[in-house]
Design a protein around this ligand. Structure first.
Ligand code: GUN
Ligand code: FE
Length: 449
């Protein structure tokens, strides 16, 4: 189980590794050694009993191996498949009205302020640092309509070493706020400028994502143009779908020629195997089948769904349709910028569905752990690079100490790894995340301030 002896080993850890695979949501590897090469990739993972032969094959000294403490383990980094970076500025407030009113009253006025690059610098540094400390090794960001501020977000993610998809938001209709709108031409031109300038920067961990806000803020013409831009440049696409009943009704009125909300995006070439759509609470089985056919994925944002009284996603049904699914914080519709919160709210929502229908097959914490890691990576089409501890993938990982001094968890005795993971997912916070690695580089504790 190794990539071969040609790579140079940068460091080796020994201890417990917990991750998911396609076959099993929870694979616990106890007393194993994992080597990371100088390219930040996992060179090998194997039994500690084989340390001597591994050290000879890969040319490292067993005395350099870093031993994890008791109550520590490594898990793959958390993947936030949907987060609005500018909305971090009002996270934890303004949760008193439904989606469409919330957008007009709070969101658009705040986002319009990101024309100011100093304000953007402040908020974007905060959100990147906070999410990294919370263990988000990959974030799929919405920025605002402002190209230069969106480029700044990409630069900040790159500087702090967070893997990121960054989208300059597109919206050419129905914006109530005076200075927060684009013409169709501006939206196209600025999207092309954003993509070209971002690709030109050659940030190794950051990619642009084509971002029509949602069907209610884009004309059909713009959506079609953005679909073509994504196709011509083989880019990711992100948007929102079927989040709230009122929204679904208005989309039907606005696009009477389409069979469904999903069909609106499909008709405009926005459903590809590199598309991620947030929410999807009210999708029909037929629409889920279209997701499956096109390879598009969903981002489940349970905190936001509950906080804005939007709805509850039937995750079991999504999985039954074999639609790729990750979790998202959806800050600031979701008030928490922690993926551990997304894990908990996913479990809560699943249990509420079970309360409503005792036949409902409640999600397990193991399944939700997979959604937060490998599932997110698959939803963002990054699973050739990230998502678990397969040899050859980038080492995106959290070193977790469940018994961290001053941390939130008290243990009575030495517990088995599965219990320790469950405790961490339900009770842990950033005090338990002692180190964060992205592509093999230690990014938490911060080296840059
Ligand atoms: N739909 C369109 N824009 C948004 C947004 O900013 N947040 C959420 N939750 N839904 C949206
Ligand atoms: Fe959102």
């Amino acid at each position: 189980n190794s990539k071969g002896p040609t790579t140079e080993i940068n460091y080796v850890y020994r201890g417990t590794f917990i991750h998911s695979t396609q076959q099993t949501p929870l694979q616990i590897l106890e007393d194993e050694v994992l080597g990371v090469d100088t390219d930040g990739k996992i060179a090998f993972i194997g039994k500690a009993a084989e340390l001597d032969s591994l050290s000879q094959t890969f040319g490292f000294s067993p005395s350099e191996v870093i031993q994890l403490a008791q109550h520590e383990f490594f898990m793959p980094g958390l993947v936030d498949t949907h987060i609005h970076a500018p909305q971090y500025s009002y996270a934890g407030t303004a949760l008193d009205m439904p989606l469409l009113e919330w957008l007009n009253k709070y969101t658009f006025p705040v986002e319009s302020r990101f024309k100011d690059l100093e304000f953007a610098q402040q908020v974007y540094s905060q959100v990147v640092k906070r999410t990294l400390r919370n263990g988000t090794t990959t974030a799929c960001y919405f920025a605002t309509i402002h190209t230069d501020a969106s480029l700044l977000l990409a630069q900040i993610a790159n500087d702090f070493g967070q893997r990121a998809l960054v989208g300059k938001v597109c919206m050419d209709r129905n914006n109530s706020v005076k200075h927060y709108k684009e013409t169709n031409q501006e939206s196209q031109d600025e999207t092309c400028r954003f993509i070209a300038e971002l690709l030109n920067k050659k940030y190794p961990l950051v990619r642009p994502v084509v971002t029509p806000r949602f069907a209610l803020s884009c004309t059909g013409a713009l959506m079609g143009q953005l679909g073509a831009i994504a196709k011509n440049n083989n880019l990711h696409i992100q948007s929102h779908i079927s989040e709230n009943v009122e929204e679904v009704k208005l989309v039907k009125e606005l696009f009477p020629e389409s069979k469904s909300y999903t069909d609106v995006y499909h008709k405009h070439n926005l459903l590809t195997d590199k598309t991620v759509m947030a929410h999807g609470c009210y999708l029909s089985d037929e629409e889920l089948a279209l997701f499956r056919e096109t390879g598009a994925s969903l981002s489940h944002c349970p905190n936001s769904n509950i906080s804005l009284c939007s709805g509850m996603l039937n995750v079991r049904n999504v999985l039954k349709h074999n639609v790729k699914l990750g979790l998202g914080t959806d800050v600031a519709g979701g008030y928490s910028a922690s993926m551990l919160d997304a894990v908990r709210r996913t479990l809560d929502t699943s249990k509420v569905l079970t309360i409503q229908d005792p036949e409902y097959d409640t999600l397990t914490f193991e399944e939700v752990f997979r959604l937060a890691t490998l599932g997110g990576s698959q939803a963002l089409s990054l699973d050739d690079r990230t998502g678990n501890f397969e040899v050859g993938k980038d080492f995106d990982a959290l070193r977790v100490n469940v018994a961290a001094a001053d941390g939130p968890i008290d243990l009575i005795k030495i517990e088995e790894p599965k219990i320790i993971l469950e405790k961490f997912l339900n009770l842990g916070d950033d005090r338990n995340i002692v180190e964060v690695f992205v592509a093999g580089r230690k990014v938490v504790p911060f080296t840059k301030q």
